[in-house]
Ligand binder design. Structure first.
Ligand code: BES
Ligand code: MN
Ligand code: ZN
Length: 498
């Protein structure tokens, strides 16, 4: 979608559709009064007939008239003023996309709010709308033949304000949303890509392409390099697949010589469970098990486009978890990069193994803080469902910052405890650790395992097993990969570290 911001008379816009957000029971704004007048009272009649009041998610489509050059007016209800949040506006953008697509309209004009709503500045509001529009219009259609019956994507958005003074804020908002969403859509594309296409090598090539475009530095460790360094846990997971593992390392420099924030993302391109094979039902979804890695790549891309004044190091351990004659077996003992030994009692608990080595490697960059992102445990879906990620770690200040950034970005996370007692569940009789902690508190014992490798820095772990993938689409998250975490991490970096 091409977005163009201009200053002009809002009601003189020749457009297939004029899009306006409406606060509940505030239908007497100057703009709406003018529209109603030009339409000979049609809006008033719709309101009187209780067809539209501006309640959240309500929409009303009116056709133009001779006095109104716009062919249609699309009103999106926002709900009561004091209840409106940025998330309301993202969803309003998504509701608009739904209406436009249903009518096969691809060009439209949107009139952003010209004054702040309670605590919300116009720039933040405009950015949230555009996020909703861009994210809702996304479809993964690389492998589908063209079909004229499917709704076309949106092509052209004209953003028009009649207040010249608002132009800089609205321009900035549109640009911010476009850059941010590029990171999100990259992550979605990578998650949606099927397992036969996305090998660890493919992920590394994607990372290199993005790095070249965005001015990131990218280095990739191949199998001999990983063997040389001693990535025993990562290599143990990788040994069941004929596709070679890679460790992808990216650097974004936006703050000179400052210590970087390290972002570590689980990159299991397909998780069959290995010898501890998963049940067949829904196994195809496990192509999404590199979503954490996709989030890290998307976040680095967005940070670079946004020119965030921080330094970032992205680390993505990329492997495939398959059963074969060369695969690790339950009972095997691996020696991790940190030197600790791990008894692998379930080969399906592979994420923590590759993350253990990646977290150990992160220490080399002397990070200010380390955040790992991973589709780590099915137990996380049991605990929080699909509406929030779990966040755990060793620094309460950081955990609180992430929770607040989650609230602001609409990508929520909720803290689970990581008390010492849980670590008892992953003690082994024959090695330093075992890779499963039994049924109770599966998300926490997975984090307790990671904590063992994250002792030397501030660390937070985001378990995105429930949020990285949408079975059915909703609001601005179409079915498939959600790109969850990019907006959350960018919000965190922006408000707490930049
Ligand atoms: N990738 C899975 C976790 C997962 C499950 C992500 C469902 C998204 C949706 C992970 O590697 C895994 O298999 N975890 C096991 C751990 C268990 C063996 C301790 C799980 O959650 O069942
Ligand atoms: Mn697994
Ligand atoms: Zn996994």
């Amino acid at each position: 979608m091409d977005i163009n911001v201009t200053h002009g008379a809002t009601l003189k816009q020749a457009t297939p559709c004029l899009l306006i957000g409406v606060v509940a029971n505030q239908l007497a704004t100057p703009l709406l009064k003018k529209i109603d007048k030009a339409l000979d009272g049609t809006l008033t009649r719709a309101v009187t007939a209780q067809e539209f009041s501006g309640n959240a998610q309500q929409t009303l489509l009116l056709h133009g008239s001779r006095q109104l050059v716009a062919e249609r007016i699309l009103l999106i209800g926002l709900g009561k003023e004091r209840d409106i949040t940025l998330e309301t506006l993202r969803r309003a953008g998504a509701a608009a996309v739904d209406q436009l697509r249903q009518r096969r309209l691809t060009d439209f004009t949107w009139i952003p709010a010209d004054s702040p709503l309670h605590s919300l500045p116009i720039e933040a509001m405009a950015s949230a709308w555009v996020e909703g529009l861009l994210l809702a219009d996304y479809r993964f259609e690389r492998y589908r033949s063209a079909d004229p019956k499917r709704a076309p994507s949106l092509k052209q958005l004209n953003v028009v304000t009649d207040r010249k003074g608002n132009l800089p804020a609205i321009n900035a908002a549109v640009q911010r949303a476009e850059k941010l969403c590029r990171g999100v859509l990259l992550a979605r594309d990578l998650v949606n890509e099927p397992g036969n296409v996305k090998s660890p090598v493919f992920l590394a090539e994607q990372a290199q392409t993005i790095a070249a475009e965005a001015g990131l530095q990218c280095t990739v460790l191949d199998r001999p390099a990983l063997e040389q360094e001693g990535f025993g846990a990562l290599l143990g997971v990788a040994q069941g697949s004929i596709r070679e593992p890679r460790l992808i390392v990216l650097h974004y420099k936006g703050a000179g010589e400052e210590r970087p924030v390290a972002l570590v993302g689980k990159g299991v391109v397909f998780d069959s469970g290995g010898i501890s094979l998963k049940p067949g039902e829904n196994m195809g979804q496990m192509k999404m098990d590199m979503a954490g890695g996709a989030t890290v790549l998307g976040t680095l891309l967005a940070a670079a486009l946004l020119k965030l004044p921080v330094n970032l190091t992205g680390i993505i351990p990329a492997v495939e978890n398959l059963p074969s004659g060369s695969a690790i077996r339950p009972g095997d003992i691996l020696t991790s990069l940190a030197g600790s030994t791990i008894e692998v009692l379930n080969t399906d608990a592979e994420g923590r193994l590759i993350l253990a080595d990646a977290l150990t490697y992160a220490k080399r960059f002397n990070p200010r803080e380390v955040i790992d992102v991973a589709t780590l445990t099915g137990a996380c879906i049991i605990a929080l469902g699909h509406h929030a990620a779990a966040v755990l770690g060793n620094h309460n200040g950081l955990l609180r910052q992430l929770q607040r950034a989650g609230e602001a970005s609409g990508e929520r996370c909720w803290q689970l405890p990581l008390w010492d007692e849980y670590a008892d569940q992953i003690k082994s009789e024959v090695a330093d650790l075992k890779n499963i902690g039994g049924r109770p508190a599966g998300t926490i014992t997975a984090a307790a395992f990671l904590q063992h490798f994250a002792k030397d820095f501030r660390w937070a772990h985001l378990d995105i097993a429930g949020t990285a993938w949408q079975e059915k689409g909703s609001d601005y998250r179409p079915a498939g990969g959600t790109g969850f975490g990019v907006r959350l991490l960018i919000e965190h970096l922006h408000r707490n570290l930049a």
